[in-house]
Design a protein around this ligand. Structure first.
Ligand code: PEP
Length: 265
């Protein structure tokens, strides 16, 4: 099996969705950075990243760079196109100029609200890679999928179709987010998350290589809080979390990032 946990730095990523204007973003990033600083958080051992709306990115970039905060940041979406007549789109090159390390692609809200197919998600991930940005590829089953096909089948198929659009190399992160667990307060169990994360890692091994599978971080997302993160992080194939609601509270999000200090809970 391709699990070699020690090679992967955990990533705790906060997806703010359509919340926080640029002034609120500055306040939230400051509070988060100071909370982590006060707790002497070791960013080399657990990476922390925030995903504000596009309009906040310049402010977040300027703040993090001026204050030399160890936080990383990215966008919640990216265009599949590099440039041209695509009104309303934001390119990966534009995000790279803003020092975005990551771009989320294929979040279930975009798949639902904007009818994004796996092929589109794959092309968005490819566009990110072309600009040197690591795509965070979201996959996950609905409650109906879960009932009909079990937990792994749909996310594995989604990942296969996304990977088919990508070059064989280039860093990716995968986020397993069961749709029924997002914003519902009903998180998957750690065992469920592990089962799907393991199947996703096996898929990466088959499509890319064992080495790529062992190096790729797989996150769990869906109603993660400081009270349940430790359970997920004990699982060998879960390398972090994509956090929605709880990332808007600096103290709570910092506590999630500090999971190593309550791993026994
Ligand atoms: C998300 O939006 O990716 C998410 C996991 O949301 P929440 O943590 O609020 O369930």
């Amino acid at each position: 099996m391709v699990t070699e946990t020690s090679r992967r730095t955990p990533l705790i990523a906060g997806n703010w969705k359509l919340q926080q204007d640029h002034l609120q973003a500055i306040a939230l990033v400051q509070k988060l950075a100071w909370t982590l600083q006060d707790a002497k958080h070791d960013h080399a051992s657990v990476e922390v990243a925030v995903f504000p709306p596009f309009t906040d990115l310049r402010s977040v970039q300027t703040l993090i760079s001026a204050e030399k905060f160890d936080l990383r940041f990215g966008a919640q979406d990216v265009s599949e196109h590099d440039s041209g007549a695509h009104t309303g789109e934001v390119s990966a090159a534009m995000l790279a100029k803003l020092d975005c390390a990551y771009a989320i692609v294929g979040h279930s809200e975009r798949r639902q609200d904007h009818h994004e197919s796996d092929a589109i998600v794959g092309r968005k991930a490819a566009a990110a890679l072309r600009a040197g940005i690591t795509p965070i590829i979201c996959v996950g089953e609905t409650a109906e999928d879960l009932e009909q096909h079990g937990a792994s089948a749909v996310p594995v198929q989604q990942l296969r179709e996304v990977l088919a659009e990508l070059p064989a190399t280039g860093e990716i992160v995968v986020a397993y987010e069961p749709v029924w667990a997002i914003g519902s307060g009903q998180a998957a169990t750690a065992e469920q998350a592990q089962q799907v994360a393991q199947a996703l890692r096996q898929t990466i091994a088959e499509v890319r290589s064992d080495e790529a599978a062992a190096a790729t971080r797989i996150l769990y997302g869906g109603s993660v809080k400081s009270g349940n993160i430790a359970g997920f992080m004990r699982e060998p194939d879960v390398d972090g979390a994509l956090v929605g609601g709880a990332s808007l509270d600096a103290a709570e999000f910092a506590a999630i990032a500090r999971f190593k200090h309550h791993v026994g809970t």
